[in-house]
Design a protein around this ligand. Structure first.
Ligand code: MSP
Length: 474
């Protein structure tokens, strides 16, 4: 059995789950389900990133101890994903003592390898991103991603990690097609250019952030939250039962803003801790961002869309479908509730849902014309390829063109409702339609698991008209 280990970023818990987190998680779920259907042994990991200054600040605002705050917020993510039928295999929290132990061990290896040294650093620091920013990254003197007050001058004596030492090795790996792990191509060239432009070492610890894991050889400092967070991908394989053999990860799926951490710092950390090239993550897939009605999503603009809102409006599978259709694969994707409604009505209510109702009604009392149809049959190879490259829009277009639109046209051309119930021609036309809908359902499994099951059930045995449409119009 092939192993397939896929991860999402672990989300900061000082925010509530929104459509951005949702799109990465749904995408990873679709890939995980696809590989489960291919009979691979799958490990799908997601979770929450719980240490660092901004979590401590958020906790203080609510008069809570950081851990109590984390215990309160983290389940919101877990719940949100369960409500979207996300089949993650483990939900990791960085406050889990098992994770903390692995972080200490891995950092100790980096230290033992001579890759940690003490130095003083002063610079612009964004508390929102939890990272130092270079002058060129500042826009109007502050971080472009967060409000101005989040950018502060920080001067600290920290432990530094010799990131620069690993740059030649990383360039070598990325330039070689066999060992390159950065996808899509545009991101690979972006990272190569940045690596070649020169890289500075970065600090791996914080002096004044109490809410974190102690540096094993200097307990006055805590581990920089990004070093702690990245290690989750590895630590989960070490302490979750039966998952040791899943390392290295097949895919780290991430958004574009955390590309450097996942394609440079993480690999350098692993190499420094003694991992061989074969033990590095196989693929980091970087997707773009959702924009909401042409604007960045932000609390202050009040345009944040939550996963709960999507489920309430469109149902679980409707929400999953809309996310998949609009997934920001290589370019940013502009979405909005009104456009989601239009798309839902056009594709699901008026098209797929309506077709299923019509065919079921026309074939009333007819027995399933193809009893040999294999519900567990395999997914189309090209479809799987598109899913593996996170091209969900193309994958769905293929299903819709091939099995829904063609069937609709065929049905309208053949007009079986004009024929007598017992007319063999009528039965023949309907069996073609039913077979196509089954094929659509088979391939829709990873994207809309419940809908797929419903369609397969409707057309099994004696067919009855639907009491309720699969996707009521809104
Ligand atoms: N905690 C870090 C990740 C550590 S991973 C070792 C973090 N968390 S986050 O809560 O800010 O989540 C960032 C991720 O959420 C992005 O990389 C992306 O997957 C997703 N998105 C957040 N906003 C997004 C959009 N507007 N659009 C699409 N995805 C976005 O960074």
């Amino acid at each position: 059995m092939k192993k397939f280990f896929i991860t999402t970023p672990i989300y900061y818990i000082n925010d509530i789950p929104h459509i951005g987190h949702t799109c990465t998680t749904v995408a990873a779920d679709i890939a995980a389900r696809t590989h489960k259907l291919l009979k691979d042994e799958v490990f799908f990991l997601t979770g929450t990133d719980e240490h660092g200054q901004k979590v401590a600040e958020s906790a203080a605002k609510e008069n809570l101890k950081p851990i109590d705050y984390c215990d309160k917020i983290s389940p919101r993510f877990e719940e949100a994903w369960k409500n979207l039928n996300i089949g993650f295999d483990f939900f990791i929290r960085t406050t889990n003592p098992n994770h903390e132990k692995v972080v200490g061990e891995l950092l100790q290896k980096i230290y033992n390898n001579g890759d940690a040294y003490k130095d003083k650093y002063e610079g612009w620091y964004c508390i929102g991103c939890e990272k130092f920013l270079t002058e060129t990254e500042l826009v109007d003197g502050h971080c472009p991603l967060h409000p101005p007050e989040k950018t502060v001058i920080k001067s600290e004596e920290n432990w530094f990690f010799k990131l620069s030492k690993y740059v030649p090795k990383l360039i070598e790996l990325i330039e070689n097609n066999e060992t390159n792990y950065i996808f899509p191509e545009g991101k690979r060239s972006e990272i190569l250019a940045k690596l070649k432009a020169g890289v500075r070492d970065i600090s791996l610890s914080r002096e004044n952030v109490e809410w974190g894991i102690s540096v094993p050889w200097d307990t006055k400092q805590t581990v920089y939250v990004w070093f702690d967070a990245l290690i989750n991908y590895y630590s989960a394989t070490q302490f979750v039962e039966g998952k040791k053999d899943f390392w290295p990860a097949n895919v780290h799926l991430i958004g574009k803003e955390i590309l450097w951490f996942h394609t440079v710092i993480w690999q350098a950390m692993l190499l420094s801790a003694g991992f061989t090239v074969d033990q590095l993550p196989k693929k980091v897939y970087i997707h773009s961002f959702y924009m909401i009605d042409g604007q960045k999503m932000s609390k202050s603009l009040g345009n944040v869309i939550s996963p709960g809102q999507l489920v309430e409006l469109f149902g679980v599978d409707g929400a999953r479908y809309l996310i998949a259709r609009s997934f920001p694969t290589e370019n940013d994707s502009d979405v909005g509730i009104e456009r989601f409604k239009e798309k839902y009505n056009a594709d699901l209510a008026n098209n797929l849902g309506n077709l299923v109702s019509r065919v079921a009604k026309l074939s009333e009392n007819q027995s399933s014309p193809n009893p040999f149809f294999d519900k567990t049959g395999s997914l189309d190879k090209n479809f799987v390829k598109l899913i593996d490259n996170f091209k969900f829009d193309e994958a769905l277009s293929w299903i819709f063109n091939e099995f829904v639109d063609k069937t609709n046209n065929y049905l309208n051309q053949e007009t079986p409702w004009k024929l007598e119930k017992e007319d063999p021609k009528r039965k023949e036309v309907l069996s073609v339609c039913i077979d196509n809908l089954r094929k659509a359902a088979l391939n829709l499994q990873p994207i809309m698991p419940e809908t797929s099951k419903k369609i397969l059930d409707i057309f099994e045995g004696e067919i009855k008209p639907l009491e309720k449409s699969l996707f009521p119009r809104i």
